[in-house]
Design a protein around this ligand. Sequence first.
Ligand SMILES: [Zn+2]
Length: 476
Amino acid sequence: MRSILSSLTAALTAALLLLAPGAGQAQTLQDVAKALGADTVKSLEIQGTGASFLVGQSVLPGQPWPQFNIKSLTLLMNYETGSLREEAIRVRALEPPRGGGAYARGDLRQIVALSGDHAWNVVADAPVPAPIAVTDRQFQLWSTPQGVVKAALAGQGTMQGRTIAIAVPGRFKATATVGASNLIERVDATVANAVLGDMAVTVTYADYKDFGGVKFPTKIRQTAGGHPSVELTVTDVSPNFVFDAPLPAVVRQTPNPYARVTSQMVADGVWYVTGGTHHSVLIEMKDYVVVVESPQNDERAFAVITEARNLVPAKPIRYVVMSHHHFDHAGGLRGFAARNVTVITHESSRDYLERALSTPATVNPDALTKSGLRPSVEGVRGKRVLSDGTRVVEIHHLPSQHTDDLLMVYLPKEKLLVEADVYSPLPANTAPPMPPSPFTVAFADEVAKLRLAVDQILPLHGRIVPFSELNKTIGR
Ligand SMILES: [Zn+2]
């Protein structure tokens, strides 16, 4: 009896030794949860300063993302409800800017939110649905040290040795590395992306401090697609801050705003396709259709393709012209490539786009991945003319600080000009920005230099305007 007890004790002691933290020993999720204080935390309020970079808005593919300095940031996260609210005041690092993003001088106050599978932005105190941002915001929530552990404990992941693997199907998969003291040191992830298919994202966590029983890193660095995307110094963390982001009715009622398109005929066989923040233009040729711009994502691409079929049932779409490589403008190209449509882009983006469209989407297999088609991409240097005896379409390179690969489309007979991001007319009766955007001034100069006779501008953001409004905007 006694010997059985002592051998049981010995076995228990051995088992307990195995559970004790130490280098090389197998850890459990509970050990990591305990070390981080994740077992008791339901929500966090995080304050910080640093820099963030606009992913997908570089001046040219392969270049770093444009930098914004963060003057203040308050990030609220609730792991129980899967919600997040980020309020930040940012200021552009460069003035005049190079690259994309809202053009504004001085402080930019931005509020973004997530609740479960819904994302929205708060613009002038009103919620604006932004389902395209759900993936990035869910990654932001669940890639935090506490988020990784909570996701794994909730059955979304597993721990093996010193790594924790988590995944949200269709959105991202990530591997977290557990360092000494059972704290998470880094996260390596693959995040679904509308242009690249898959995008590599890394996050490193350093200089952990104790905030009321919760250990949180005070240095956070993130890269996306190979370039810095966040560099944050955390100044304060409040565990179990009472917070939730209630889902606004307008967000619940608009689950897929990208699928709604409205078209307006602006000349015989030319349609301005709007409905949302990003527009396209359809141009009917003798035997085929040209689409200018396929923004956002697959849903938008297929809505535009359906619209083209309804308007011009007998002719196939042969070309889609990309205005520039920014993610919001190029996000629907994979959908067009899945329908065997040739992409026309500036020569400087051709290689990049060919590679991106040839890369299968593994996290969220899209129509292009499923089609197995090889993309067809053609480059334009200075100018290319599509003509078939019935209509002339001129594609011009537009030199700009916004991007180096910007193209505009000009219809000489109809006197129509299509452009993106260098001039986005504000609603009628709104005072134009003063001083005017340098992008807009450079655009007007280029149109004058090329001696293009323009009656109307079809902007890919904003609204159709007579050419005179451009001159008024820049005070000419
Ligand atoms: Zn842009």
